[in-house]
Write a protein that binds this ligand. Sequence first.
Ligand code: ZN
Length: 498
Amino acid sequence: MRILMGGCNQEISTFNPVPCEYEFFDFIRGEEIREAAVGTNSTYGGAIAELEAEYGDDLELIFTYDAEGTAAGPLRHSAFLKIADEFLEPLKEHAGKIDGVYFSMHGAMGTTEELDPEGYLLEEARKILGDEIPIVISMDLHGILTAKMLENISGLASYHTYPHVDFEDTGRRAAKSLIRILRDGAKPIAARVRIPTLVRGNELITETGAFGAQIRYAKELEKHPEVMSAGMFICNPFTDVPELCCQPFVFTDNNQELAEEAVLKQATDFWPNRNIMQGQFTSLEDSVSQGAQMAGPVAFYDAADAPSSGASGDSVEIVTEMVRANYPHTILTSVVDPAAVAKAHEVGVGETFTMGVGGALDSRFAPLKLDWTVQSIANNSNIKMETWKFRLNPGPTAVLVSGNLTAVAMTKSLMMVDRTVFFDNGCDPKNYHSTIIKTPHAEPEFFDNWVEAKFNVDAIGSTSANLPTLGHTVCERPMYPMEPDTEFTPKTEVFSRG
Ligand SMILES: [Zn+2]
């Protein structure tokens, strides 16, 4: 049994004006994919374990190419074409000599020209590998499943958890679909219903929120002998592409009626909850004026400029309001601004310069012009995340101080879901009254457990949870919550590779 494995993973925010470059990705080739995955909670790790358990010594895994990019602005199209070429080229030498394929994908990619990159990769892979080869994929539940993808795959598994913890399990479920096709001759029939809503907020947390009901139902469905896989995509609302929407899916073994019935139930159950599945926030002015009255500490979450969601990380909207309002307490923030960092490195520690900081990448943010004193500078290109232990590269950094405001300035944007960039620059948030955190939420121990209050601030930005402020132009309309009166008549779409 010869199974080919590869992948391409990224999610983007269409509204981040900074295109993502080829160099932003990590590439793993050949056996290194296995080495990086075996025994880890990863989709590859799960798929490998499941296939090994089924086929033992009869299994030969062929690892090709894996491209991993964290969230960012739209991928530059020329970079995507290069990645697509590197993804597809190795398939050619194996065409006709393999039994099945597993691809690990996120599903929320977008390039400056191609609005369905995963669909493109799967369609091209299908052309190379032929119609007969089963291709199964795994996806993030924030992915955007498209007709082109469904026309070219034989099986699909998506995460059943948010926050995501079931990477290995998802890989195993994808592999199980592949095994059912190869061993049992299953004939996949998929159904989906596209629901015209975008969603955000705490009700999507699968353990505690309303969305959990859809996941529990999908898991029940997966116990049915004729169901190969089931799940529900809540999509990444920042990836403005034609098929952006929420959608349940079911793959059955040749039972169209069951597939359609199940997705219709999922869609009808989900729709009434669309209004509670939206972000909850406090206005910029109110959060700052309330924070000013508090003894502290206070956490200000700036979900609108969250690099982990695909934003540029250079907003100074909240601190600008604090400066305007003469905020009476100490403030700590992070900001991506290569020019400010370069200036700090040029003048040196202890020196002062006057400059607009912030808004370096996204023109919707106005720079905050102040006299900045350089408290420290650093060149740590390889820092370890407090939460997921990944390595990050902020490029050169500088700590800039102006009055009661301390800004950790970075050259490159990176995930700010914990305290990594603060600690790495000698700043402990516990030593400040108020901290601005560029993420929709963080693990409780990082901030929430020890602050007096936290605000989900309704600031502007390319990943704002206030979805109607983003300016979608590509996805189908009407779409809730942009059009609050959106009506929905559930309609199934069926795809068959039987
Ligand atoms: Zn996700």
